[in-house]
Design a protein around this ligand. Sequence first.
Ligand code: 9D3
Length: 249
Amino acid sequence: MKIAAVSLFPDMFDALTEFGVSGRAIKSGTVDFAVFNPRDYTQDKHQSVDGRPYGGGPGMVMMVAPLQRAVADARRWMTGCRVKVIYLSPQGRALHQSAVQEFAHCEGIILIAGRYEGIDERFIALEVDEEWSIGDYVLSGGELAAMALADATIRLIPGSLGHNESAQQDSFSSGLLDCPHYTRPECVSGQRVPEVLLSGDHQRIRRWRLRQSLLRTQLRRPDLLAVLPFEEERQAELDDVRKELSDDD
Ligand code: 9D3
């Protein structure tokens, strides 16, 4: 897969290319990654990438032409790929794991990271396929959002994760929050590891983890449980968790 970012701050993407799972996938060639800086596609003496908003008001708006030439170069860099152009913006749909799973099947993705107040609407109309937000809080630009999307996508590409970090076991692909985890030592400040995890009874451990996941999801993210009916074991366990919680109050 090829991923291109269009950004005025290309060095920010070192966080993606230099570290961890995404860094390894890019260094090994499992993912090809490049950044295209609109500044490099200006044609005036001052290398302008922004202008004052028509109609007045505060802040500046990113101009169409440098962005368009940067995207054209990104498209050439991924010639032959079916490409999706994604604009990260507070006006986008809220990103979720099932959208990320679809991005992982793309041959090429171009991520547009904005700065200033935003980008000229005509660029969106002409070049952008999808607009996504990473949540309802204010960032100072699109780069961190583009990296969040790229990181979440890259780790789903076959060959990015090792044997011990299967994407199948992810909290959000199961639709539930993760269970609690423990490692050495057995006792920390008087807090012991739950006895079941020391029992060696793998069936009991699996059931306990499922129950903890359901309990946490019911308490912290009940919205996640509102979607689909579960398979039999899960639904029975969830009904039981709910009964126990309602007995408490
Ligand atoms: C304070 C400026 N706001 C005026 C009402 C608009 C605004 C413009 C640009 C707010 C944030 C940004 C920069 N943010 C992004 O580019 C962005 C973002 C975000 O801020 N939150 C969640 N997801 C995303 S994706 C891109």
